[in-house]
Every structure is written in structure tokens, then in C-alpha cells.
Write a protein that binds this ligand. Sequence first.
Ligand code: ADP
Length: 321
Amino acid sequence: MSSIPENAPNHCPGPQSEEAGKVSACAGCPNQNVCASGPTGPDPAIAIIKEKLSNVKHKILILSGKGGVGKSTVTSLLGNALAASNPDINVGILDADICGPSQPRVLGVRGEQVHNSGSGWSPVYVKDNLSLMSIGFLLSSPDDAVIWRGPKKNGMIKQFLSEVDWGDLDYLLIDTPPGTSDEHLSAVQYLRGAGLRGAVVVSTPQEVALLDVRKEIQFCRKVGVPVLGLVENMALFVCPNCNSRSEIFPATTGGGAQLCEEMGVPLLGCLPLDPLLARCCDTGADFTQHAPNSPALAHLRSIVQKIIASCESSSGQETSS
Ligand code: ADP
């Protein structure tokens, strides 16, 4: 992948911005003069990404307000379940959670190598019809920390979107970092040109998590990304020994259902807390194969069917610039 300048300032407006080289953040930057005199206008990468992703039918962002609510877990479950729903469906997962890439571990492909060829970076195949690209594959050790400032993170997102050779995909799930940061704005900016089907938001039922979901939904509305719906994760715990049910994260304010009603977004479904699911994530085992009788799996399948229906019904209406 082409290199991102190490020396870009923290709040770099981007070389294509009208403000390039002209704002206070540019003061002292070695590229200031080049940027100030260079051409501005739409980032040429938008057209490149549009072309690169032209064979990807449904591009979906997976968002969460907070970390730790299960966004990466849900992304991997959706990927596995979509791929299992029909062998003719091709699914890709882009792990754009640059500071905490967990998909290689969760999908059991840690340590795999990605290869670069004339047509771009080849993703790692988890199954015949499920592929993955993650920054985790590019780190020299899984314990390496990625400490990057805004422009470098945005550059990596741009490269991931423009240089991975996905082939023909029906679904591309993009696992984003928690919250709404520069990476989200970059991803939306680049994907809008290529057509973005919408976003799936993941939360626990706790008010402290839902508070941030409201911000996430407002963000989607501001940037014109349709919200396909909310997945409420860790909704209930059923004890495997005594079958008693407990709310580990109580829905004191009505949980996801109430929030969805308030904000006019669909509730795609609720996934229970399941110790086997947590174990599968740690060992990289495919939960959809390991726990065929789990209630969580029935909920997952129903969520996937709703996402498929929503994508198919809105085909041709994706957000594009
Ligand atoms: P995020 O991506 O939102 O930071 P993760 O997907 O990494 O969160 O999940 C955080 C932790 O919770 C992980 O250890 C994961 O295995 C566990 N986890 C997530 N969802 C469930 C669930 N429904 N049941 C059991 N464990 C879960």
C-alpha cells in the first residue's frame, strides 16, 4: 500500500480540502506550501473506490456508540450467518477498527498473510464465501499497538477501500471503531460515492450504552446514511445449569425497543449473553457451526433475514453522492 506521510499534522484538513495548507493546523507542516498551491476538489480516491467496489452489491457499516458492547462479535456473527444462509452469497468483512482489530482472532485466521498482486490486496478467506481484510494482518505481531493520528488512520481507510481486491461480493460488512470519529467520516465520504446501503448499530440494553447510540443514529442522519436497524446484544442471560433468566445489563430506560420506537429505527433483534459465544470468539471457532441449538443462533438468523430483506427491498436506493 502507498505510504501515508508520517509528518502530517494532527488536524490536517486533507490535501484535497479547500482549506489545505491554510488553517492553523498547517502551520509548521513541511507540506504546507505544496498543499496550499495544489489543486483542490473532490478526492480522486472517491472515483477509484467507486470503481473498485463496483462489484460489491450491499455495503453496510457496523457501528456502536461504545466499545465493548459486542460490535466486532456481531459483525463476525453476521458475516458467518450471511455466508451460511446461502452458499451462493459472497460476504466480505473489512475490519476498519484500526486501533483494535479483532476480526482475525474472532474469525480464527490470526497469523494469516495477505498477498499483494497486480489487482490489489487479496483478502484472507475464512470460508469459500467469507473473506476478511484487517489491519491485524499487516502488524508484525498481534500484540503491536497501532498508535496513529487522524490523517494516517484516514489514509489507511482510504487504502483499504481502494486497494483490496474483493472480487464479486453480495455483502461487505465494515467493522468500524466505536463512536463517531474521523474514521467514520472518511468511510462515509468514500463509500457514499460507491453507494452505501446503510448502517447496523450494536448496543447493550443499558442506558449508558444507549445514550451513545442516540448520538450514533444522529450521526447517520446528519451524513445521510440510512439506519438499517439496531441489534441489542447481551440482552438476557439464560443460566446453562438452572435455566433461570437474568438481565445482566438491565434495560432501565426501556432498552433497545424503547429507543427504536423513540428514534424511528427498526429493532433488528436481541442476542442473549452466551458463554459459549464468548468462548468461540476467543478461540476463533464459528459459533454458527458449534452451537446449532443455541437460542442465540435462532435470534441471529432472524436478524440476518431482516438485513437481507431490508437490503433487497432498498436495492437501487443506496446513499451515493
Ligand atoms: P466491541 O467490538 O463492541 O468492542 P467485542 O465484540 O470485542 O466488543 O465484545 C467484547 C467482549 O464481549 C468479547 O470478549 C466478546 O467475546 C464478548 N461478547 C460479545 N457479545 C457477547 C454475547 N452475546 N455473549 C457472550 N459474550 C459476548
